[in-house]
Design a protein around this ligand. Sequence first.
Ligand SMILES: NC(=O)c1ccc[n+]([C@@H]2O[C@H](COP(=O)([O-])OP(=O)(O)OC[C@H]3O[C@@H](n4cnc5c(N)ncnc54)[C@H](OP(=O)(O)O)[C@@H]3O)[C@@H](O)[C@H]2O)c1
Length: 370
Amino acid sequence: MESKRPVVVYGANGFSGRLVAEFLREYNVPFIAAGRSKARIQDIMSRVPGIETANYEVVEVGDSVDDLVKLFTGAKVVCNTVGPFIYSGPRVVEASLKAGCHYLDISGEQAWIREVAEKWGAKFAAKGLLAAPATAFMSAVSDAAIRLCLEHGAIDTIETLTMFKGIPTFGSTQTIFAVIQTDAHYLEQNQYKTWPRAVRYDAAVPGYIQTQMALAWGGFPQPVWFKDHPQVANVRSIGGLLDRQIMEGVAATEKMFEEQIRGLPKQEQERRLSEMANSVQGNTPPRENTREQRTIDVVAGRGSTDFVQCVTFGTCCYRQTGLIQAHIAHSLLHSAPRKVGFASAAEAFGHRELLKVLESHGLAKAKIST
Ligand SMILES: NC(=O)c1ccc[n+]([C@@H]2O[C@H](COP(=O)([O-])OP(=O)(O)OC[C@H]3O[C@@H](n4cnc5c(N)ncnc54)[C@H](OP(=O)(O)O)[C@@H]3O)[C@@H](O)[C@H]2O)c1
């Protein structure tokens, strides 16, 4: 009998899931393309470029923890691409742990990253397993760039800006709206502080003449990754889309949420946010175009006398996400991570390595200035 394929992509028919599959095929990693509709997964998989040479199977799975444990048992790595992760992350991370699998996901929601760190990190560490949420463009690239900056000076204070041009998918739009209900935090002297709600930030972005509009957008993962860091004490992360009109829309929704929705019962809040997201994006956008969907990550590091900046110019945030997931899943099949339990992709397999992989695919390039 053929042994179990070592990687499970959960949500494989999604915009990001299919890109994870595309890059797993590039790495020659056999995988299970899983989700809640066999027909939808088969349809999408049949259109993944180069899929005819991939070693994969399609599996339909129920959404209970037991169903997922059954699917994951015997595999080594779970790549979870089903968001919003504050809703569907808990059952997948629990099933991964029970099945003895490393857990990766493509979330960017700070509230979820904190939940993984605080509730699941020690349990994964006890089993020698990695739990690495946000193994994705937002914010694994920025995290790798921060770690590069730390090599260049006595830096204890970090500000990051992550922006991309693109058409958010159905799942991303649902998530952008879902995080509005959560508290966003930055780090001040290694303590979480709450960002003020519904505030717009103007940002000067290298490579652009006009300022861009950014938001705290749920807080981003970086403050969680550096919460107990021995060197970095302060982290503020903001970001958004390189599209002022969309960002104005999100900011207006944040304001409206505070005025009209926050007082409602939680379920009603979630329903209203999901409904608003549906009205913005109900479809799947076309495949990304490297000449159009550009990305930028800016990291500014300060110490008392030192300053270092890293700007990562890139393209196609969803393809970056597919590559980062596949690279880390592949790495886990070939060597032990440098850290188990809760960790970022760069902590687990190296920040320079991660940036090199992106650069070698023409998807992102980091430039340091001091
Ligand atoms: N951090 C980053 O840089 C980054 C990058 C990309 C995406 N993301 C996040 O990743 C998530 C997915 O994004 P996407 O662009 O791939 O969205 P998408 O194209 O809408 O795909 C979502 C996938 O999740 C599945 N799904 C949704 N709800 C489900 C549920 N309750 N149970 C089982 N499966 C479910 C969908 O399956 P069905 O077809 O059956 O509905 C589909 O396969 C979002 O939260 C997004 O914000 C983050």
